[in-house]
Design a protein around this ligand. Structure first.
Ligand code: SF4
Ligand code: SF4
Length: 367
């Protein structure tokens, strides 16, 4: 009779120095760092409840619906004892090269994480490989992997696991690698020893708060999503509030300002995977070129990209806002006028606004 496979979930079977082995396995799959958190949120539940209560989640009602699972990981995956947290750098080029795009209003700014292939599938697969490779070494154990795809308070868990600290902009950051990274989690039934959290190093700095174009960081560590450009251009389904449109500038998908201006990103590290390299010249492209894309072209070119998820109507809505913010240009007016007859209600409303902005500027220039 074959010897029974040892069960890794028995603590007596877990080898010493397992975290070093986990980190090696994580690095093999392109992650730069791994740590371990208990399967519980240490602090932050009151913070989260208050954030919801102040309606800072906007129309992301799923944040409310699954609050219990977010605040207690064992409700999401019963039997979880430890959570392996991993991070993977994605920045395709140094931020000093692309921050100047924000000063060129005729060009599009796309959040750097979205320039290449959608990270969800890629990271999930690699997390699974890390877990399977670990099982080969220590024996079978129960696990489930997540990356930004389930009710998981990723940043809190990663902070607990020592992958960085929560900055005043609410993202995780580190002293040696900056903040341009994705997070992923492996929920396990292994009784692992948690790794130590990192100390916080924001100090008196408030660069992210001051740099935020829409003043969405309403107090340190608290972001009102309803004002945040990432939320408005990606998650939000309806009309973009008039009072925030000018501040959005040329940001057509997401916003990176709070990371661009964070002093710790002097130490930013670039991503290593070719999957995160820009496609279709999105890292440096004119708004009008993108506005010329048909729905078919949008769907084809964004196959496998996170941008496809927002759909053509929101994409055109975002472009219209940016075109309204661009310097006066008769070509923009012509393109908007040409597009209007075919536009749906949401796009048309934003295109009319953009036309008004353009015509007002032209009139001013003539004076
Ligand atoms: S992503 Fe942009 S809008 Fe949102 S908090 Fe950061 S700087 Fe402000
Ligand atoms: S910009 Fe300053 S306050 Fe904001 S996260 Fe970075 S170090 Fe912290």
């Amino acid at each position: 009779m074959p010897a029974p496979t040892p069960k890794a979930s028995d603590p007596r079977n877990l080898p010493e120095g397992l975290i070093d082995e986990i980190r090696r396995l994580a690095e093999d799959q392109g992650f730069q760092m791994a740590g371990i958190s208990e399967a519980r949120i240490h602090r932050g539940s009151e913070h989260y409840a208050e954030w919801l209560q102040r309606n800072f989640h906007g129309d992301m009602s799923y944040m409310e619906r699954n609050a219990d699972k977010r605040l207690d990981p064992t409700r999401l995956v019963p039997g979880s004892l430890s959570i392996l947290c991993l991070r993977m750098n994605y920045l395709p080029e140094p931020s000093r090269r692309f921050r100047s795009l924000l000063d060129h209003p005729s060009k599009a700014f796309v959040s750097r994480y979205a320039l290449g292939r959608d990270y969800h599938k890629l990271i999930r697969k690699r997390l699974q490989t890390v877990a399977r490779n670990l099982a080969e070494r220590i024996g079978e154990f129960g696990f489930r992997v997540f990356t930004d795809s389930a009710p998981v308070l990723e940043r809190d868990l990663a902070e607990q696991a020592g992958l960085g600290w929560r900055g005043k902009h609410s993202c995780l950051l580190t002293r040696d690698q900056g903040s341009w990274f994705f997070l992923g989690e492996i929920f396990t039934d292994l009784p692992l020893t948690p790794t130590e959290p990192q100390a916080e190093h924001c100090g008196q700095c408030r660069a992210c708060i001051d740099a935020c174009p829409t003043k969405a960081i309403v107090e340190p560590y608290v972001v009102d999503a309803r004002r945040c450009i990432s939320y408005l251009t990606i998650e939000h389904n309806g009309s973009i509030p008039l009072e925030l449109r000018k501040a959005i500038g040329n940001r057509i998908y997401g916003c990176d300002d709070c990371q661009i201006f964070c002093p710790w990103n002097r130490f930013e590290k670039l991503g290593e995977l070719p999957d995160f390299q820009p496609r279709h010249g999105l890292d440096d492209i004119e708004l009008l070129a993108l506005f010329g894309w048909s729905e078919r072209q949008f769907l084809d070119r964004f196959e496998g990209s996170p941008i496809r998820r927002i759909g053509y109507a929101r994409w055109r809505r975002n472009l219209a806002v940016a075109l309204g913010n661009a310097a006066a240009d008769p070509h923009i007016i012509e393109s908007l006028l040409q597009a209007l007859p075919e536009a749906g209600e949401l796009e048309a409303e934003h295109m009319h606004w953009a036309l008004q902005q353009q015509q007002r500027q032209l009139a001013e220039n003539r004076r």
